[in-house]
Ligand binder design. Sequence first.
Ligand SMILES: *[C@@H]1O[C@H](CO)[C@@H](O)[C@H](O)[C@H]1NC(C)=O
Ligand SMILES: *[C@@H]1O[C@H](CO)[C@@H](O)[C@H](O)[C@H]1NC(C)=O
Length: 271
Amino acid sequence: MDCISAALTSCFRFAVMCLMVLKAAEPSADGGGWWLPSDFRLEDEGVCNIDVLDGSSLSHQQFIERYAFSRPVILRGLTDNTRFRSSCSKSRLLEEFGSRRVRLSTANTFSYRKVDVPLQEYVDELLKPQAADALGSETLYFFGDNNFTEWQSLFELYESPPYVLPHTGGAYSFGIAGAGTGVPFHWHGPGFSEVIYGRKRWFLYPPDREPHFHPNRSTLSWLTETYPNLNGDEAPLECTIRPGEVLFFPDRWWHATLNLDTSVFISTFLG
Ligand SMILES: *[C@@H]1O[C@H](CO)[C@@H](O)[C@H](O)[C@H]1NC(C)=O
Ligand SMILES: *[C@@H]1O[C@H](CO)[C@@H](O)[C@H](O)[C@H]1NC(C)=O
């Protein structure tokens, strides 16, 4: 009898240990303090019709041949950004950089207006879920325009995706934005994007297929008003990325993003 209960106890301990390990290995379960379970979050992650590969299963050469100049791809486990991620938790980022100014941009296709505020003020007063009817051109949010001198101690912790393109260097763009925000369709050079906390839904079209959108409307309004009426052949490539995944977008591909949660994210532009 004793033998059986001892076996059951150790079996139970083992199961608890396994659960703890699983929880620790799931970074997306941890919002870094950027949202509470009761906060507004978008649940619909949509379909994923972009290739998702394990980083270790794709060599640099294969990346160049199959994707770099032709289509997007999502790579999992390409880098380990555990250290950078913990430095981007809400408490640590505010403690270290709360008094530093960040440059906010309006979230429309051509990002017209810029406003400088301390990070603490942005987080306390402006970092909010996107209202469904707000115009992209009226929503201010923090993405890019980073001061790499002031934020150097943070960016030097970031492990950028190891795949580079011939004759390019990387430039970072770091941001923090509320659930439901996002940049409407636009295009530029190639690059990588990853979320450090939160989930980001991506919509992409090749350079020769300009999507229907109004440059001042938010991605959320495009998703609720235009997306449901698209024909099969007008549908975008799309996928939702989570921490630990890196999305590659090729040169001049149209793309729009939607933050499903309050998100911390970083892109590496290959210019
Ligand atoms: C970045 O921050 C440094 C140090 O505070 C400042 O001297 C510099 O003007 C800033 N650069 C830009 C582009 O704002
Ligand atoms: C978008 O908003 C900007 C700034 O408010 C305005 O100047 C521009 O005319 C608008 N564009 C369109 C197509 O409505």
